[in-house]
Design a protein around this ligand. Structure first.
Ligand code: SAM
Length: 225
C-alpha cells in the first residue's frame, strides 16, 4: 500500500542532489517526467540526447523501479569507465518508486515540467475500472499544475479505446490544446517522438506483435481556452 511508499510532503523537501549528484550545485529540478516508466527505456534513450535536462521516472512496482535504479547506476558506472572525458553521462536521469496518481504534485513544483510522458499506460478495460486510468479530469488538473505553459503531454497506446479516452479528456480540458505530430516535429521534437514510439519495452512488444500505436499530444496553454 501507499503507507510503504516514501514520498516528500512537498517538492521543496525533495533531495534532488541525491538523485542527480553531478547537478548538485545547480538549482535544477526535473523537467521531463515519465509516468509509469516501466523498465526505463524512454529515460535511457532520452538521457544522452538532452544531457543538461533532468529526467525522472515514476514507477509504482517495487521490483521494476529497483531494476531501473540499478540500470541507471550501471550506465553511469560504465560510461564513466569507458569514456572518462564525457562528463555526467546518464547523470541527468533518475527514478522514484511512487504512485504518480496520488503524489505527482508532491514531487514537482508548479510549472516545472516541460514534458510529461504517459507511454502505453495500463488500459483498465472494464468500465468500473476506468477511474483507475492515469488520465482523468481530476488528474489533468494536477498535470496542468506541474507542467509549464508550452509544456507537452505525450500519450501513446496500442489500445484504441484508451487512446480515445485520453484524447477526449485532454481535448475537453481547458488548459490543454491538441498539437499534431507534424507540428511537434517542425519544432524539433522529432527525436522525442521517435523515442515515444519505439524506445520503451512496451512499445517494442507492440512492434513485435505487429500492433498499431496511437499517439496523442497536447500542449499546456497559458490561459484557459
Ligand atoms: N511506459 C512503460 C513502457 O512503455 O514500457 C511501461 C508501460 S506498463 C503497461 C504501465 C506501467 O505503469 C507499469 O509498469 C505500472 O507498474 C506503472 N503504473 C501503473 N500505475 C501507476 C501509478 N499510479 N504510478 C506509477 N506507476 C504506475
Amino acid at each position: 500500500s501507499d503507507h510503504a511508499l516514501d514520498y516528500p510532503s512537498s517538492p521543496v523537501n525533495m533531495d534532488w542532489a541525491a538523485h542527480y549528484p553531478a547537478f548538485a550545485a545547480s538549482s535544477k529540478t526535473p523537467e521531463f517526467a515519465d509516468v509509469g516508466c516501466g523498465f526505463g527505456g524512454l529515460l535511457v534513450t532520452l538521457a544522452p540526447l538532452f544531457p543538461d535536462t533532468l529526467m525522472l521516472g515514476m514507477e509504482i512496482r517495487v521490483q521494476v523501479s529497483q531494476y531501473v535504479e540499478d540500470r541507471i547506476m550501471a550506465l553511469r558506472a560504465t560510461s564513466a569507465c569507458t569514456n572518462p572525458t564525457t562528463p555526467a553521462s546518464y547523470q541527468n536521469v533518475s527514478i522514484v518508486r511512487a504512485n504518480a496518481m496520488k503524489f505527482i504534485t508532491n514531487y514537482f513544483p508548479k510549472h516545472s515540467l516541460s514534458a510529461l510522458f504517459f507511454l502505453f499506460p495500463d488500459p483498465h478495460f472494464k468500465v468500473r475500472k476506468h477511474k483507475a486510468r492515469i488520465i482523468s479530469p481530476t488528474l489533468l488538473a494536477e498535470y496542468a499544475y506541474v507542467l509549464r505553459p508550452g509544456g507537452i503531454i505525450y500519450t501513446i497506446t496500442d489500445v484504441w479505446n484508451l487512446h480515445e479516452w485520453m484524447r477526449s479528456h485532454m481535448d475537453t480540458f481547458p488548459l490543454f490544446e491538441p498539437v499534431s505530430e507534424e507540428d511537434l516535429r517542425a519544432e524539433g521534437k522529432g527525436p522525442i517522438l521517435d523515442a515515444v514510439y519505439s524506445s520503451t519495452e512496451e512499445g517494442r512488444k507492440v512492434e513485435r506483435n505487429k500492433g498499431e500505436k496511437w499517439l496523442a499530444c497536447f500542449r499546456r496553454v497559458e490561459f484557459q481556452r
